[in-house]
Every structure is written in structure tokens, then in C-alpha cells.
Write a protein that binds this ligand. Structure first.
Ligand code: DAH
Length: 340
């Protein structure tokens, strides 16, 4: 019987080590320790042994049974864990798969340029002002030294809503509005970004476009201050090697007046198609605020002086990003807008 038990132990342990699933373990238990199990049978046969051998054999058989039971318990734990893991894995979803994200919008190139212009002038101590797009004839023209019969009105074909009300043709009326609001405070140091409207519509003109106005009034403001501020702006906007050039011009609200050119951003001044071989690009109008305009705004031209300027945002954006057709800025084609 001792031999029988030894063989059984060996065989059982070998089989046990081959159990891979909980089902195998159950079958194993039935096969050896069930009612008709192999070990059970041997234990039952104990009765036939001589009384002297019974305790020894009994002990041995119990030891084998206990050892098998322990091993089954261990293995059961292990297999349970493994099967649990497997079923969890089978159920799990792969959270590393990329989802379907919402399409992100982005800023329009004109907004980007306006923000950049604002940042540059905020850095020089200017404040940002705004004014109405539906404007009184008085602020759009009269307060800027453009009386009713003045030929300069023809430069700015206007959308009139009534004889005294129109869509503003430039951001300059906010000069007059701000002076009225702030007088007699000094300095008046503002820029005014905004939409303006003119009866123009072709490849290079849109009936609505954007300007940024600038105004600085203080006790002593010189023409050289204007030049310095504009040079600083041009260099921050287009690069530290930028040059600017001022040419005599005329605006009713400034005296003297100037057209301001920057060196061509495409060819760096050597001459190309963009600058018409001149090496220069016209980007803004400027000048010293006309004494009549100061006066109408409530400041004494004997005591203060100032400069003003106005620039077209579309033109700056086109130069900055190399856009060759103004209409691209207004068609809202996402394939174009996605590039900024
Ligand atoms: N308002 C002018 C225009 O729309 C631009 C301009 C020129 C503004 C000279 C100014 C200035 O402030 O000083 O054509």
C-alpha cells in the first residue's frame, strides 16, 4: 500500500501541475478525492490492513491528501486571479484610441494683426479706444476740419443713412470723440481699431474694411515723435531692419501731413512687383493734428500739440502674411483661414 500511495502521489502531482483552468482542477479533485476518487478508494481499503499498519498508512494517506488539498487551494487562487484578469481584459475598451475631436476654430488673420498692432502700441503706452460704426456727419467730417462743401469728402464715398448720419468712412472720428470725452486731460494717447465703410468694391477695395487710428496729444509733441513711434511700430511689426519714409501729403485734419512708406517687406527695398520696383510700400497716413481739430476737440492749440495717424489693417495683413488678393480675407474659406 505504501508503494501504491507513493505512485498515486507522483501521478497526482504531475497531473495537478498540468491543470491550466479551474475546470481542470475540479475534474482533478473528483478524480482523486471524490466519492469514487482514487485516493478515496485507497483510504477506504484501509480497513483491510492489519491493525498495526493502519495508523501509519492512515497518516501517510492523510498527509498526501492534505498536501494535494493545499496545492489545489493554491492553484485555485492563482487560476481564479488569472481568469479574472482575462475576463477583465476581454471586457476592457482601449482608452488610448484617439477619439473624434471637435473641430477647433481659430483666429481670423485680421484679428491676429489687429491684436498684434494693439500689443505694440500698448507697449508704447497707448490706450485702446473704440467708437460707433454708425456715426454723425459731424464727427466723421466737420470735427475733422472737413466742412460740408470740402472736396476731401469726395475721397471717401460714403454710405449715408440720413443727411446727418452715415457709416463712418474712417476711424478718425474717434479722435474728436475722445478729445471731447477727455478734455482737458493730458496726454491723450490712444489707438482706435475698428471697421470702416466706403462705397468701393473691386479687387483691391472692400465696402467694409479695418483701420487703426492713432492719436497723441500732450504739452509738446513733435513731428520727430511721430516718426519715432512709427519707426518703432514698423520694426516690431515687420522686423528690426525696417526703414520708413515720410512723403509730404494732405489731409484736412493734419498739418503738415505725410504718407508713410515702409521698406518693401518682400524685396527688402531692392525693388520687386509688390512695391512696383520702388522698394517702398505705402502703409499709412499721418501728420500733426490741425489746430482747428484741437480747438474743436476742446484743447488750446497754443498750449498743446499732437500727432495722428491712420493705417489700413487689410494692407498690413496682406504684407505680413504675403496674401495677394484682398477678397481672400472676406470669403471665409476655411482652407485659407486654417493657415494662420
Ligand atoms: N483717416 C484717413 C483715411 O481714412 C487716414 C489718416 C490719415 C488718419 C492721416 C490720420 C491721419 O489720423 O493723421 O484715409
Amino acid at each position: 500500500m505504501r508503494e501504491q500511495l507513493g505512485l498515486l502521489k507522483e501521478k497526482a502531482e504531475k497531473e495537478l501541475s498540468q491543470c491550466k483552468r479551474l475546470d481542470d482542477l475540479n475534474a482533478f479533485r473528483v478524480k482523486y478525492m471524490g466519492k469514487k476518487g482514487e485516493l478515496t478508494k485507497i483510504l477506504r481499503g484501509m480497513g483491510k490492513l492489519p491493525a498495526a499498519e493502519r495508523p501509519v498508512m492512515g497518516q501517510l494517506a492523510n498527509k498526501i491528501r492534505d498536501s494535494l488539498e493545499n496545492k489545489i487551494a493554491d492553484l485555485t487562487e492563482k487560476l481564479k486571479k488569472k481568469e479574472m484578469e482575462q475576463s477583465l481584459l476581454a471586457e476592457s475598451i482601449d482608452i488610448t484610441l484617439p477619439g473624434i475631436g471637435p473641430e477647433l476654430g481659430r483666429q481670423h488673420p485680421l484679428s491676429l494683426v489687429i491684436e498684434e498692432i494693439e500689443e505694440i502700441f500698448l507697449g508704447m503706452g497707448f490706450m485702446i479706444e473704440e467708437g460707433p460704426e454708425i456715426e454723425l456727419d459731424y464727427y466723421n467730417f466737420e470735427a475733422l476740419n472737413i466742412p460740408k462743401d470740402h472736396p476731401a469728402r469726395e475721397m471717401q464715398d460714403s454710405f449715408y443713412l440720413s443727411p446727418e448720419v452715415l457709416l463712418r468712412t474712417h476711424t478718425s472720428p474717434v479722435q474728436a470723440r475722445t478729445m471731447e470725452k477727455m478734455r482737458p486731460h493730458l496726454p491723450v494717447k490712444i489707438i482706435v481699431p475698428g471697421k470702416v465703410y466706403r462705397r468701393d468694391d473691386d479687387a483691391t477695395h472692400s465696402p467694409m474694411f479695418h483701420q487703426v487710428e492713432g492719436l497723441l496729444i500732450d504739452q509738446v509733441v513733435r513731428f520727430s515723435d511721430l516718426k519715432g513711434v512709427l519707426l518703432n511700430f514698423a520694426q516690431q511689426m515687420f522686423g528690426a531692419d525696417q526703414k520708413i519714409r515720410l512723403r509730404p501729403s494732405f489731409f484736412p485734419f493734419t498739418e503738415p501731413s505725410a504718407e508713410v512708406d515702409i521698406s518693401c517687406v518682400m524685396c527688402k527695398g531692392t525693388g520687386c512687383r509688390t512695391c512696383g520696383q520702388t522698394g517702398w510700400l505705402e502703409v499709412l497716413g499721418a501728420g500733426m493734428v490741425h489746430p482747428r481739430v484741437l480747438e474743436m476737440g476742446g484743447y488750446n492749440p497754443e498750449e498743446v500739440s499732437g500727432f495722428a495717424f491712420g493705417m489700413g489693417v487689410e494692407r498690413i495683413a496682406m504684407l505680413k502674411y504675403g496674401i495677394d488678393d484682398l477678397r481672400l480675407l472676406f470669403e471665409n474659406d476655411v482652407r485659407f483661414l486654417r493657415q494662420f
